[in-house]
Design a protein around this ligand. Sequence first.
Ligand SMILES: [Zn+2]
Length: 190
Amino acid sequence: MFMHNALSQRAAALALITLMSAATATQAHAQDQRHQHGASAVEVSLDGNMLLVAWESPLSDLIGFEHAPRTASEKSQAAQLLATLQSPSALLTPNPEAQCRVTKVTTQAPSLMHTEHAHGAHDAHSDLDYAVSYNCAQPKALAQLRVNAFQTWPAIKAIEASLVGPGGQAVQTLRSQSATIDMRGIVATR
Ligand SMILES: [Zn+2]
């Protein structure tokens, strides 16, 4: 019961983040963000057939800079990143037995999406926030999420994964040589 409430709140929080205006998000990042380059975080939650993946990564690990793109080359890198993110498999892939289908992708990278605004502080950090929803026809067959981000973006050195589902919760630290999220303790076994 409690777990389901917690999951609903998490889903609501994700929806709220999606609705946040870009300006608000940019301000929050400029003022509060103390991220560590090389370190990303992913939150994975399973609720019934719905698998939610919410990923946060410093922009510099994805494109080498965090300010709004200025030069033609920076603009092209930013556009390429947004294009890459149209395919969630750039980040990770659930094992095929679970039959997960992408139902929604949300990308928030305020400093990339609003090139017209100058953000004042030239050294402000900026993140990518990326969320993917899947509908999994066989959620009990969900054994692992293969993390492809280390190959897609080699500047990513570590990803901390927080997992929650009907079977329990866990935190796993992933690196390029151990790039698999183990879902077996998270998925209900009966
Ligand atoms: Zn940074």
